[in-house]
Design a protein around this ligand. Structure first.
Ligand code: GDP
Ligand code: MN
Length: 390
C-alpha cells in the first residue's frame, strides 16, 4: 500500500529526518492560507498523488507570491495528473502540500528496499539524485551505492558513516546523514514498510541535509497489525477495479485488454496471460479466486470482472487442487443466470471433481464455451472476441 508524500514526511520527521515546514490544503484558498501561515518569500506547491515524477508532469511548482500559490493550487485540484508512473488515465489531485522553498546546492538519492536475493533490507544511494531511480540506474549506474543491512545487528553506525563518506558528505553532514539513515531504517523495519525513498535528499546552500520528497510503501499483509498505517489508505489513488476486489477479499489486477480472466493461483494466472497473448489476445484483467472458492465467491468474481467495461469475453481457467470443479461450475452457472450475461464465457476446468463440473456446465443449457486445455481455452476466447467484434 502506498501513502502520500506528506504522510511519509510526517512519519520520517517524527523520527528526526530534517525537512522543510509545510502544510496540507484541500482547496486553493487553504493553500494560500498555508503559505501565509508558513511565512517566508517562496513556497513549493506539490500535488499529492500516489506517484513520483510529479515534477516533470507539472505537479510541483516554486511560487513567489501567495496569490501564485493559490492560483497554481487551483489548477491542480480535481485534475488528473499523468506522470511516467500513472498510466494514461493519471491520478486525481484532491490534496496539495505547500512547504517553504529550499535553497538546493546538491540533490542526492536515498532509498531503502527489500533485496530479495539477500533477503535483507538494502540501502541504495547516489550523490546524483533528483531523477527517478529507474532513470538513474540507466544513465548513471556507477553513481549507485548499495549496502545490505544485517537484521541481527541492524544498521551499524560504521556502515552509515561509510555510506555518508562514499556519497561525498563531509564534516557535520556525516552525522546528519547517519541520523537520517537510522530514522529511515527504523521506519522501514518498525512499520512493516516495503519501501522508503527520499528523492531528492538535498544539501542546502548552508550545507545541511534536508528531505525534499518522501515516499513510503507498506506490506499489505502486515496492515492488520499497523492500524495507524492502514488508516492512511487513500482509495481515490487506487484503481477502483482493484479496490472493489480487495474489499471482497479477491486478488485482482487490472490490465488494458478486453479478455476478463477468472483463475485460481498466481502461477496459472501468469501462464494464462501468456497463452492469451500467444493466441493474439490481450487480457483486460485477472482475478485470482484462490483456493476453496465457493459458488458464491465465483459469482462475486464474475461481478468484479464485469465491472470493467472493457471486458468483451470472460475466460475461466481453473486447475482445481483445493478447489472443486463442481463448485466453480455451479458458481459460473449461477453468475451467468443472475447477471443475465450476453457476452461469451469460455470455461476450462481440470482437477478435483472435473467430471461433475463438466456435467453441470453441459446440463445448464447455457451457451458456455468449454475447453479441455489452456491453449484451447485461450484460442476460443480470442476467437469469441473476434466473432463479437465482427
Ligand atoms: P517528484 O517529481 O514527484 O519526485 O517530486 P519531488 O518532490 O521530488 O519534486 C521534483 C523536483 O522539484 C525536485 O527534484 C526538485 O528539483 C524540485 N523541488 C522540490 N522542492 C523544491 C524546493 O524547495 N526548491 C527548489 N528550488 N526546487 C524544489
Ligand atoms: Mn521525488
Amino acid at each position: 500500500m502506498d501513502i502520500h508524500e506528506y504522510q511519509a514526511k510526517e512519519i520520517l520527521a517524527a523520527l528526526g529526518v530534517p525537512m522543510p515546514r509545510g502544510g496540507l490544503a484541500y482547496s486553493p484558498e487553504q493553500a494560500g492560507y498555508r503559505a501565509r501561515e508558513l511565512g517566508g518569500s517562496a513556497w513549493v506547491v506539490k500535488a499529492q498523488i500516489h506517484s513520483g515524477g510529479r515534477g516533470e508532469a507539472g505537479g510541483v511548482k516554486l511560487c513567489r507570491f501567495e496569490e501564485e500559490v493559490r492560483d497554481y493550487a487551483g489548477t491542480l485540484f480535481g485534475r488528473s495528473l499523468v506522470t511516467k508512473q500513472t498510466g494514461a488515465q493519471g491520478k486525481q489531485v484532491y490534496r496539495v502540500w505547500v512547504e517553504g522553498a529550499s535553497d538546493i546546492a546538491q540533490e542526492l538519492y536515498l532509498g531503502f528496499v527489500l533485496d530479495r536475493k539477500s533477503e535483507r533490507i538494502m540501502i541504495v544511494a547516489s550523490a546524483h539524485g533528483g531523477m527517478e531511480i529507474e532513470d538513474l540506474a540507466e544513465t548513471d549506474p556507477d553513481s549507485l551505492r548499495r549496502m545490505v543491512i544485517d537484521p541481527a545487528v541492524g544498521l551499524a553506525e560504521y556502515q552509515a558513516r561509510e555510506l555518508a563518506f562514499g556519497l561525498g558528505l563531509r564534516g557535520g553532514q556525516v552525522a546528519q546523514m547517519v541520523n537520517i539513515l537510522r530514522a529511515c531504517y527504523r521506519a522501514y523495519r518498525d512499520l512493516d514498510a516495503t519501501m522508503v525513498e527520499i528523492n531528492p535528499l538535498v544539501v542546502t546552500g548552508t550545507g545541511d541535509l534536508v528531505a525534499l520528497d518522501a515516499k513510503m510503501s507498506f506490506d499489505t499483509n502486515a496492515l492488520y497489525r499497523r492500524p495507524q498505517i492502514a488508516e492512511l489508505r487513500d482509495p481515490s489513488q487506487e484503481d477502483p477495479r482493484e479496490s472493489h476486489a480487495a474489499d471482497a477479499g479477491l486478488a485482482y489486477v487490472g490490465l488494458d485488454g478486453d479478455i476478463g480472466c477468472i483463475i485460481n493461483g498466481a502461477g496459472l494466472a501468469m501462464a494464462t496471460m501468456d497463452m492469451i497473448k500467444l493466441a493474439g489476445g490481450e487480457p483486460a484483467n485477472f482475478l485470482d479466486i484462490g483456493g476453496g472458492a465457493s459458488p458464491e465467491r465465483v459469482a462475486q468474481a464474475f461481478r468484479t470482472v464485469l465491472s470493467d467495461g472493457n471486458v468483451s469475453v470472460i475466460l475461466v481457467n481453473i486447475f482445481a487442487g483445493i478447489n472443486r470443479c463442481d463448485w466453480v461450475a455451479e458458481g459460473v452457472v449461477k453468475a451467468y443466470r443472475a447477471e443475465k450475461l450476453t457476452l461469451p464465457v469460455v470455461v476450462r476446468l481440470a482437477g478435483t471433481n472435473v467430471e461433475e463440473g463438466r456435467r453441470i456446465i453441459a446440463e445448464s443449457g447455457l451457451p458456455l464455451i468449454t475447453a479441455d486445455t489452456l491453449a484451447e481455452a485461450a484460442d476460443k476466447a480470442v476467437a469469441a472476441r473476434l466473432d463479437r467484434a465482427s
